[in-house]
Design a protein around this ligand. Structure first.
Ligand SMILES: [Zn+2]
Ligand SMILES: [Zn+2]
Length: 397
């Protein structure tokens, strides 16, 4: 029976697991309930299972009956600090926590793929590592799992690694999208504190006002993006938080702001880390102030290996037929910690449309929205793609 049909047959159980995880979302690196559900779903399967030490990860290794290489499949498991407003029957029962990025689907699909692949264990020419990962949303869970040895869990490094991500908008339900090269941006954080000297707002010349200098920095960062970076190697900087002062007639001592910096190449990222702090401290000094500017690297660029991305596109075409896959023209400005895996192992990250059929993908709420909805109809497709990528990649060697 084709893998797709097998996935359809267990779609109800995959949806049940997804809904259970969705109802009780957990945030960060410690997801004990989610981990328990994954372990229960894998119970009885012929897998070597280990759990994380510093985080509630699950690593499962399936050794096929025939010799061959190792392939890694990854699904992330964590939720976001968002209060759900979808009104779905399986909506989050935890105020302030929601699976608004669809990681509940990834977890359930990966568990489904483990079942399908375990059923083919005897004929499997190699080994599959299933990487159930906490802490994607800002906690670098993938880096922690690499540190705890997920890439060596089978005793031999994987030849390829694949990750899937659902999207509540843009792509129609069931349509896959990937591309060779940069797939998602690097995301770094800029933290700035401008130190002035407070005083009476009517006598600014007797104080050292940090606010105009901080405003100048915000504008100068945008000018820097257009003057210092190649337009074909894009950079995005957004100041998302800006705080200073308490009232209209007091000059504060300090102004603080936070920005995110997105880039798509190591060169642009290195230049950002060098230029941003210099621009900030030089503007402060031009006004007789001082400033602390910290450039903290977070997630690297998610770079798809060209051959693996092509293999994924071919697998989608072969397994799902025409019209179900697209090669994305541009990368996405979001970021992913699967990038840490792809720095070590060639592979591909694939997006999967999960927009409900009654919504227009072009204006449906995005991932991370309190009203984002991911349709269960994508579950069998994602499960089948995980399994197909492993089966076909192992058969290639
Ligand atoms: Zn997210
Ligand atoms: Zn995500």
């Amino acid at each position: 029976m084709p893998v797709r049909d097998e996935a359809e047959k267990i779609a109800g159980e995959i949806a049940e697991l997804r809904h259970a995880i969705h109802r009780e979302p957990e945030i960060g690196l410690d997801l004990p309930k989610t981990q328990r559900r994954v372990l229960d779903a894998l119970d009885g399967l012929p897998l070597e299972i280990s759990t994380g030490r510093a985080l509630s990860s699950v690593t499962a290794v399936l050794r096929g009956g025939r010799p061959g290489p190792v392939v890694l499949l990854r699904g992330d498991m964590d939720a976001l600090p968002v209060t759900e407003e979808t009104g779905l029957p399986y909506a989050s029962a935890v105020p302030g926590a929601m699976h608004a990025c669809g990681h509940d689907l990834h977890t359930a699909m990966l568990a489904g793929a483990a079942r399908l692949l375990c059923a083919r264990q005897a004929d499997l020419p190699g080994t599959v590592i299933f990487m159930f990962q906490p802490g994607e949303e800002g906690y670098a869970g993938a880096r922690h799992m690499i540190g705890e040895g997920v890439l060596d869990a089978a005793g031999q490094r994987p030849v390829a690694a694949y990750g899937l991500h659902v999207t509540s908008n843009k792509l129609p339900c069931g349509v896959f999208s990937t591309r060779p090269g940069p797939m998602l941006a690097a995301a770094d954080q800029i933290t700035v504190t401008v130190h002035g000297r407070g005083g009476h707002a009517s006598q600014p010349h007797r104080a050292a006002d940090p606010i105009p200098a901080a405003c100048e920095m915000v504008i100068a960062l945008q000018t820097m993006v257009t003057r210092k970076f190649d337009v074909f190697d894009p950079v995005v900087i957004t100041v998302g938080s800006f705080h200073a002062g308490t009232t209209d007639n007091v000059i504060p001592d300090q102004a603080r702001f936070l920005a995110t910096a997105r880039s798509y190449s190591a060169a642009a990222r290195t230049a950002l880390a060098d230029l941003v702090p210099r621009l900030i401290t030089d503007i402060a000094s031009a006004h007789g102030l001082t400033a602390d500017a910290e450039y903290a690297t977070e997630y690297p660029v998610t770079v798809n290996d060209a051959a693996e991305a092509e293999f994924a596109v071919q697998t989608i075409a072969d397994a799902f037929g025409p019209g179900r896959g697209e090669t994305a023209e541009f990368p996405i400005t979001g970021a992913e910690d699967f990038s840490f895996v792809l720095e070590e192992v060639p592979g591909a990250f694939v997006m999967l449309g999960a927009c409900p059929p009654d919504r227009d993908p072009q204006d449906a709420p995005t991932n991370h929205s309190a009203v984002a909805v991911f349709d269960d109809a994508a579950l069998a497709d994602g499960t089948a793609l995980y399994a197909e990528l492993a089966l076909r990649r192992l058969a290639m060697e």
